[in-house]
Design a protein around this ligand. Structure first.
Ligand code: CBF
Length: 835
């Protein structure tokens, strides 16, 4: 049958947006999909029924989008990322569909608790932190801006671990996010690909007499795509997040089974499926593990094969114009193997000559760098690399040889430069440098904030930036206001919308209009009341979770992010101990009450970061129960920081801690989410803090600390933290308190590694920044006493955050990097001739 002949009847029950239709659809899904009568349905059954009701409403838009892409053949972005930290889908999809309130009413009319159903969703934690969450924000913005795009990644069976706290220590628990089923995805086994590993290569002459290479692998795995629709805000554009799951090509070996090797019969299946089993839980730290390289190659190969199939088979286009129809954005170096894989596919599978293949590859790839930390720059031992990907190593050698010849021509007799620029690090054991491969293979290379891009060009990729200046550019990160304002802060959203309408949700610069309300007494009062109400909600949550009662009139001073020494959660702790010492010395001291709230996970193998978590909890135990403190300071560690948790915390903050050592945080995005929700920032001149301060105004930002260039200078001169310790009595007292065993029940050994590292090395310059931090914290305390002024600053923070919408970032990528035109998608069931 011809597909044109088939008229599919799309039923109103699956698309209708009326309250009665929504109610009927939920009950229908409960019956037909969950297979339950209401009397015995669980909360999860209702959640699933609701989620399917929403998914049904995405499907038609999704199919029209993909049909339109097939017809129009637009240029598309493929966003390759080893991590997508999506957060719960339900609420976000309701916002983007524009039916949030209507659905709440429908659910309530069915006698169900809407909030409890939203809460029921297990979030897909397929990322560690900033990098994965950025990818998720960018998917939202690309769909919202009608940019044809696909997000490609890995469907990890176990995402980022859940964090529990036992006796103050972090304990990791397996994240079984799929255990109740995932209503948002659709498996597409019919579109699976095979991925090869290991073995050897062989040269042969083809029928045209050309010398060609064949890769004879020693094992093969299958990648099965699972697709999730990504609907934009107030548009029909629905793009795809395509995550690959690893499966055995042949899942049961009958020969082994018949020979009595029962385990061996499924051995290959177990081995293959391990590939997409678990997300590596390290943020900005590489371990060089074989499985990690296998994961990277696995998803990159599946994704590139998928693009080529779409291009050549589905759209019937010649491979020679592949780069005109696709651009690939490499989210850090994790997918950088794409450069060698696309070359391999073009050379070996499509018979393209080297120069043309290189032209296509280099015109396709664009690379975003997300970190300057040396421990996060990926490199793979040549031995490991070659045994896993022998053909790719050959291709990389060839790329490198040709490239280094160019460098020699341009910079004759500069052997040092050759050594630095080579893709192969030969300074000791030999390694493949993935950042060099990504840079060389890309037509665009960008950092994620002005300072970061500047340092990237100055330092890590200096030689490349000198040789190819036109390829380097900055794209300051952004975050989606749909999730991080509209969904997570409905009260503030309502107030803002009541004053300036709702266009700001699509065009965040419109928040500037709020500036004219700063002098409006009633508006300020409403603003303050809203913050207070949200703080009250968080206080209740803290009471429930930690059994700690907090004062909602105190400053909610929040540091929520991954634990890393460069982020300096321990500097925050030194401030807490300093305040504590002052109160102990003078119990009647008049300080502004504060609640210090921490949240975040540490990589399981990162002992120092775990010790900092233990220190926070130990300080909390002492401070919270000391009668001398009389509730003027409270310390709370909220466990299991994830997207859901973040949505609860950002709106409740008065003060956002962005206190990394200058030059270390590439951008930060939590800093943006706090500030958008009216928190004031205490921060260093690091990452996007600099641009946030420029936007909100220096007078509405608490700045402290050394600049990045001062940090480098001090380090170059030979930094001695001990001098600061000796010279600063308050700093000394804080450190001595920890050292004395005061927070560890007399155990003087417990925090020794941490204190020793600070006193003798202090690689992140806490001691050098200590006094400036304490002084500015004192100013914060004083400023908070003038609530009216604080509220003005809070409003101005929100009003001036327009720049940090991910829509702005994506518009810049579209215009300056990808060069893609938006493509409007027709709404379902409406006559339409747009594109
Ligand atoms: O660019 C997104 C984020 O990426 C990181 O989280 C990363 O993993 N490299 C950086 O640490 C952040 O600064 C950055 O905002």
């Amino acid at each position: 049958m011809q597909t044109e002949d088939i008229q599919i009847r799309i039923e109103d029950d699956r698309t209708g947006l009326e309250i009665e239709t929504l109610k009927r659809a939920i009950l229908d899904n409960l019956f037909y999909i969950q297979g339950k009568f209401p009397e015995i349905a669980t909360l999860n059954d209702y959640y699933m029924a609701l989620a399917y009701t929403v998914r049904d409403r995405l499907i038609h838009r999704w199919l029209i989008s993909s049909q339109t892409y097939t017809k129009v053949q637009p240029r598309e972005v493929c966003y390759l990322s080893a991590e997508f930290l999506m957060g719960p889908h339900l609420g976000n999809n309701l916002i983007n569909l524009g039916i949030y309130d209507r659905m709440r009413q429908a659910v309530q009319e069915l006698g169900l608790n809407f909030e409890a159903l939203l809460e029921q969703e297990e979030e897909p934690g397929l990322g560690n932190g900033g990098l994965g969450r950025l990818a998720a924000c960018y998917l939202d913005s690309m769909a919202t801006l009608d940019i044809p795009s696909v997000g490609y990644g890995i469907r990890y069976e176990f995402g980022i671990f859940d964090q529990d706290i036992h006796d103050g220590w972090q304990v990791e628990i397996t994240d079984k996010w799929l255990k109740n089923g995932n209503p948002w995805e659709i498996a597409r086994p019919e579109w699976a690909f095979e991925v090869k590993f290991g073995g050897r290569t062989e040269r042969y002459t083809d029928e045209k007499g050309r010398s060609r290479v064949k890769w004879i692998p020693d094992r093969m795995v299958q990648g099965v795509p699972y697709d999730t629709p990504i609907l934009g805000y107030e548009t029909s554009s629905t793009n795809t997040l395509r995550l690959w799951s690893a499966q055995a090509v042949e899942s049961f070996d009958f020969r082994a089974f018949n020979a009595g090797d029962y385990y061996g019969a499924v051995g290959n299946k177990v081995f293959s499926e391990n590939l997409s089993k678990v997300l590596y839980p390290n943020d900005e730290q590489i371990q060089g593990k074989q499985l990690r390289l296998e994961q990277q190659y696995f998803f990159v190969s599946c994704s590139l094969q998928d693009m080529i199939r779409t291009h050549c088979d589905r759209r019937g286009l010649p491979i020679s114009i592949f780069h005109e129809k696709f651009t690939v954005q490499l989210n850090d170096t994790h997918p950088a193997i794409a450069v060698a894989e696309l070359m391999r596919l073009l050379l070996d599978e499509h018979g393209i000559e080297w120069d043309q293949a290189w032209h296509i590859t280099q015109s396709t790839m664009a690379y975003t760098n997300h970190t300057l930390l040396p421990e996060a720059l990926e490199r793979w031992a040549v031995g490991l690399f070659g045994s896993l990907l022998p053909r790719h190593l050959e291709i990389i050698y060839e790329i490198n040889g040709r490239f280094l010849n160019e460098v020699r021509l341009r910079y004759p007799k500069d052997d040092e430069r050759i050594r630095r620029m080579s893709i192969i690090d030969e300074s000791g054991d030999r390694y493949v440098r993935m950042a060099n491969l990504a840079t060389l293979g890309s037509y665009s290379i960008n950092g994620v904030a002005e300072l970061h891009t500047q340092l990237l060009k100055q330092d890590v990729l200096h030689d490349f930036a000198e040789m190819y200046p036109e390829r380097f550019n900055n794209k300051t990160n952004g975050v989606t206001p749909r999730r991080f304002m509209v969904l997570s802060n409905p009260r503030l959203t309502k107030l803002i919308t009541s004053k300036i309408g709702d266009h700001w949700i699509r065009n965040l610069q419109e928040l500037r209009q709020l500036e004219s309300f700063v002098e409006d007494l009633e508006f300020r009062s409403e603003w303050r009341q809203i913050k207070l109400a949200i703080k009250r909600d968080l206080a209740n949550y803290i009471q429930e979770q930690n059994g700690i009662e907090v004062n909602v009139d105190s400053i909610f001073d929040i540091q929520a992010k991954r634990f890393h020494e460069y982020k300096r959660q321990h500097l925050n702790v030194l401030h807490i101990i300093t305040l504590y010492n002052r109160l102990k010395a003078n119990p009647n001291l008049d300080i502004t009450p504060r609640t210090f709230i921490f949240g975040g996970k540490a990589a399981p193998g990162y002992q120092m970061a775990k010790l900092i978590i233990k220190l926070i909890n130990s300080v909390a135990d002492v401070v919270n129960s000391d009668p001398d403190v009389r509730d003027r300071i409270k310390v709370v560690f909220l466990k299991d920081y994830n997207v859901k948790f973040a949505q609860r915390v950002y709106p409740a903050a008065d003060l956002s801690e962005q206190i990394s050592t200058a030059g270390k945080e590439a951008s930060g995005t939590g800093n943006m989410k706090f500030s958008m929700n009216g928190a004031l920032t205490i921060g260093t001149l690091d990452g996007a803090n600099i641009e946030i301060r420029e936007e909100v105004g220096a007078e509405n930002f608490f700045l402290f600390g050394l600049t990045a260039s001062k940090v480098s200078q001090i380090k170059a001169k030979g930094y001695d933290p001990m001098q600061y310790y000796i010279a600063n009595s308050e700093l000394k007292a804080a450190i001595d308190r920890i050292n004395s065993g005061f927070f560890s029940k007399g155990d003087t050994a417990l925090f020794k590694p941490l204190v020793g590292s600070l006193m003798y090395q202090d690689p992140y310059l806490l001691f050098a920044d200590y006094q400036s931090y304490i002084d500015v914290q004192t100013q914060v305390g004083e400023a908070y006493r003038d609530q009216d002024h604080w509220t003005r600053m809070s409003i101005l923070n929100t009003a001036r955050m327009g720049k940090f919408s991910s829509d702005r970032s994506i518009r810049e990528y579209v215009k300056e990097v990808w060069k893609i035109d938006p493509l409007k998608i027709c709404p379902p069931n409406e006559p339409c001739s747009i594109h």
